[in-house]
Design a protein around this ligand. Structure first.
Ligand SMILES: [Zn+2]
Length: 291
């Protein structure tokens, strides 16, 4: 009976992750260990996340509200410090710079960033890199295998997810034009997105295979992929997309660019360039230390 219950919870969780649903999965409350003493990292989180952005950064397993936590392990303390520094440096502060203050992140970014040490897997074998719950919380997995010197890995494991989930909040707050829905129209395939490889996706006019799952996923994948790609890599995607995919991608990305400009006064290229500049300057920082 217990097994059955866990299995149904798992199914629910899988459905939830695949669909980026806005529904909250469960009413599980945060169970805090009252014995946990606050350390210097907790102080740093208070000063640099909670007070500045009204975002809590949860790295302790006992803080994790997860329906899958029976097979997950906690995030390593030192990697958690690196990730806290990197999320601030490569994401939060880049929006501060482009929008001119911390208000934008403070108002719209999810209120909780949670870390899990191990990866999670879906029943189709796909590793879950991150999940978001109702725009309120982003969970990043596989923190214990993070290599802070591998920017490609940092982007594909974590930052693509962070930008993806944040972009969902933006379009849920201010909707994009329905012209976007008409471009790929009937080509969205829901769960069969994983049957496509990247080349097939690009040639069908989708920036990633997952973008072909649903129209909102398509919209946010364009944003997340652009922000985590160099211009060279981005141009490479368009080249692979070829005659069939290129005009579709271009039409959709034009809408994305105008949406961010008109609805949020954000120039996505300026934002991408700010991120790229910071990536180039990563060597000048010691992200292993609380700074
Ligand atoms: Zn999504």
């Amino acid at each position: 009976m217990k097994k059955l219950k866990i299995y149904s919870l798992l199914l629910l969780a899988i459905f939830f992750i695949s669909s980026c649903s806005e529904d909250s999965l469960s009413g599980t409350s945060v169970i805090k260990d009252p014995q946990t003493k606050s350390n210097e990292f907790d102080e740093w989180i208070l000063n640099n996340y909670i007070e500045v952005y009204n975002i809590d950064f949860k790295y302790r397993m006992e803080d994790i509200e997860s329906d899958m936590n029976y097979n997950l392990v906690p995030a390593d303390y030192h990697n958690s410090i690196i990730m806290a520094n990197l999320v601030r440096y490569l994401c939060l502060e880049t929006y501060d710079k482009i929008t001119g203050s911390t208000e934008f992140i403070r108002t719209y970014f999810p209120k909780i960033v949670a870390l899990i040490g191990s990866p999670a897997y879906k029943n189709n074998g796909h590793m879950v890199l991150g999940t978001a719950e109702g725009g309120r919380k982003i969970t990043l997995y596989n923190i214990n295998l993070m290599n802070m010197n591998d920017i490609a890995q940092l982007n594909s494991w974590y930052f693509q997810t962070v930008h993806h989930e944040f972009a969902h909040i933006l379009h849920q707050t201010k909707p994009y034009t329905t012209d976007f829905n008409e471009i790929s129209g009937a080509d969205y395939v829901t769960d069969s997105w994983s049957d496509k490889d990247l080349k097939q996706a690009l040639q069908a006019g989708f920036i990633t295979p997952y973008a072909s799952s649903a129209v909102d996923e398509d919209f946010v994948e364009l944003i997340a992929t652009y922000l985590t790609s160099t211009q060279e890599v981005w141009d490479g995607f368009f080249e692979v997309a070829g005659e069939t995919g290129q005009p579709i991608l271009r039409a959709k990305f034009d809408i994305v660019v105008n949406y961010l400009k008109d609805s949020w006064d954000i120039n996505i290229t300026d934002l991408r360039d700010e991120i790229a500049k910071r990536i180039d300057e990563m060597d000048e920082h010691d992200f292993t230390q609380l700074q």
